[in-house]
Ligand binder design. Sequence first.
Ligand code: AMP
Length: 249
Amino acid sequence: MKILVPVKRVVDANIKVTVKSDNSGVDIANVKMSINPFDEIAVEAAVRLKESGVATEVIAVSCGVTQCQETLRTALAIGADRAILVESNDELQPLAVAKLLKALIDKEQPQLVILGKQAIDDDSNQTGQMLAALANLPQATYASKITVAGGRATVAREVDGGSETLEMSLPAVITTDLRLNEPRYVTLPNIMKAKKKPLETVRPDTLGVDVMPRLKTLKVTEPPKRRAGVKVSDVRTLVDKLRNEAKVL
Ligand code: AMP
């Protein structure tokens, strides 16, 4: 059983991004980029399924610029067997990525596609759902536990006030939540091994996909600055402020 894991190259979660002066987007020039954290969890989940004998091959795929190869090498170092870069310098919006992944599903015929629930750069939370719709596959989003047996996947997902368990036939699409697992620490020998694993490059047009953006970003702005706090001299003043100036809270 093959598992396809889409991994996105995003600004590292520890970086504080700044908005470009023309408000057209976030400045990512010379900023540290990493694998999207939810995708790292997805790779870990797929590799664990392989280690437990359920899956036979884990294929990582990234859509974007040449440097996405680094993201793919991270996935290979965690334990993916091979990687596919869908190389494009165009802005790839979730619908375009979903179409590219659908084309790869047709080509690779995986039994499971495990994506992150969202990419932390644009927080779209759309690609997995769109992919399931385009490929006409069952989906379980926000997985906090995945079990695969007898051609079916059982997925626990945290919902308001509890947990919901879904069962689906394979092939299927799953998106990961933070609680699914804690990705392993990538060791140096595995980073070295990853350099030798196969990485194939394809282009959107060879997959027959038009990646033209359908959405236009009108404006990106910084969040409003937090007002400075005030020091109060005694408890009486504090209580008075809390009573009469509730908005300072
Ligand atoms: P999003 O819908 O943009 O929040 O992304 C949800 C998930 O789709 C991510 O966690 C990835 O697994 C996958 N994904 C989105 N964009 C890409 C991309 N350019 N390359 C590979 N996977 C992607």
